[in-house]
Design a protein around this ligand. Structure first.
Ligand code: PMP
Length: 422
């Protein structure tokens, strides 16, 4: 039985108070908290097994190497990869997506080629292609969205032509929560021979993922957004494409042999994991995956659907004071709800919610083109995970009601000491 109250006991940080109030953490799309099992796995690694991997015949190095390799296997199984050779550990989604742009795009794109991305992409899946476009004189095309925040699939079909070599998109939007039809996009892209680069940063932590069914060629995601440590991320790629792809960072552990005349690249995935890896982080990520698997990804997905359904219902009760964005149907989105309070700057609301102990993200969430498309200067984003509860949503609504009541006393200006909100 899924029980978020019981799950909370595994997360020490959830006992914290912020401004004298119990922490309500609704910033899971940025990063999630870590259960004690993950914290202990990292601690145990440093206390008992710490050594560099693939570098020594001594016992500690052998143990660390084995643990790190097993971590790849555990992640491979979690996403139903054919082999752990297809699983490259990176620092985060951003690094994984840059690896595709520089490892594949830089070497395979030619002047006149086209790359199709979406207006709802996070900068991490858009800007690498923008730089490659400048270098290689290729054209970028942007798929539009409907006013409700769904991708316009007929526009996507119009944009994809024989010139399209890459189609990049988020499996789920980090602002609207929209879950895109990955299989459909992959099919359309493959009909013209394009490669499909899916940003799974907001989907892999929240929904069951099966790379054999998705039909994509690459899938990037962040370990730190799925209970793993910061510095952990993954690029899954189709083995035949990875075999042909060039490394993006090169150096130690990427080669089998080097002379002054030739380089023999290492086997997959080590060819793409240059330098000393984030070893403890990779092992911590595997522990996070074990934890998520034990809870069950379907259970997590169902819990988030109900949290979103409840939030939208409560928003409706607040009437025109709240404007929210993205699909209205909770089945079409992940546990991400972006909104604004009428007449109040998003940063002002974010700072006020912090006074109540509620952590939300405010700004454009690294998706500026999407916000400009929607005519917004920014949004307040509540993003949920397995440890969030309906009571916490009630508390968010009560706090918002108080903020709305006190509206006149708030400065209309953006607080100057706050983050830039990008
Ligand atoms: N893509 C999406 C959809 C995201 O939500 C994020 C994180 N906000 C990223 C990419 C980048 O992730 P990271 O910062 O871990 O590289």
């Amino acid at each position: 039985m899924f029980n978020s109250e019981e799950i909370r006991n595994d997360f020490p940080i959830l006992n914290r108070t912020i401004n004298g109030k119990r922490l309500v953490y609704f910033d899971n799309a940025a990063t999630t908290h870590k259960p004690i099992q993950v914290i202990n796995a990292i601690k145990e690694f440093y206390e008992k097994h710490n050594a560099n991997i693939h570098r020594g015949l001594h016992t500690l190095s052998q143990e660390a190497s084995q643990m790190y390799e097993e971590a790849h296997e555990i992640v491979a199984k979690f996403i139903n990869a054919y082999s752990w050779r297809e699983v490259i550990f990176t620092s985060n989604t951003t690094e994984a997506l840059n690896l595709v742009a520089y490892g594949w795009g830089l070497w395979n794109l030619r002047e006149g080629d086209e790359v199709v991305v979406t207006i709802m992409d996070h900068h991490s899946n858009m800007l690498p292609w923008r730089l490659i476009a400048q270098l290689k004189k290729i054209k970028i095309k942007y798929v539009d969205i409907t006013n409700e925040g769904y991708l316009k699939y007929n526009h996507l079909e119009e944009l994809i032509t024989r010139k399209t070599r890459v189609v990049a998109f988020p499996v789920a939007s980090n602002v609207l929560g929209t879950i895109n039809d990955t299989m459909k996009i992959s099919k359309i892209a493959h009909e013209v021979g394009a490669i499909v680069v899916a940003d799974g940063a907001q989907s892999v932590p929240h929904t069951p993922t099966n790379v054999r069914e998705l039909g994509v060629d690459f899938l990037a995601f962040s370990g730190h957004k799925m209970l793993g440590p910061t510095g952990s991320g993954v690029l899954w790629g189709r083995e035949d494409i990875l075999e042909e792809m060039k490394p993006f960072k090169v150096g130690g552990d990427t080669i089998k042999d080097v002379t002054l005349d030739y380089i023999v690249w290492h086997d997959l995935p080590w060819r793409f994991e240059a330098g000393t890896a984030n070893i403890a982080e990779g092992i911590g990520l595997a522990e996070a995956v074990k934890y998520l698997t034990k809870i069950g990804m379907k259970n997590i997905r169902n819990h988030e659907i109900e949290l979103v359904r409840y939030t939208l219902k409560r928003f409706e009760e607040l009437g025109e004071e709240i404007q929210y964005y993205g699909p209205r149907n909770p089945y079409d989105k992940t546990g991400v709800v972006s909104f604004n309070v009428k007449e109040l700057d998003h940063h002002v609301v974010g700072a006020a919610l912090d006074v109540f102990g509620i952590a939300v993200r405010t700004g454009m969430h690294c998706a500026h083109p999407l916000h400009y498309r929607l005519g917004l200067k920014g949004t307040i984003r509540a993003s949920y995970y397995l440890y969030n509860t309906f009571e916490e949503i009630d508390y968010l609504m009560e706090s918002l009601e108080k903020i709305i009541m006190l509206k006149e006393s708030f400065s209309k200006e953006k607080p100057s000491t706050l983050c830039t909100g990008t």
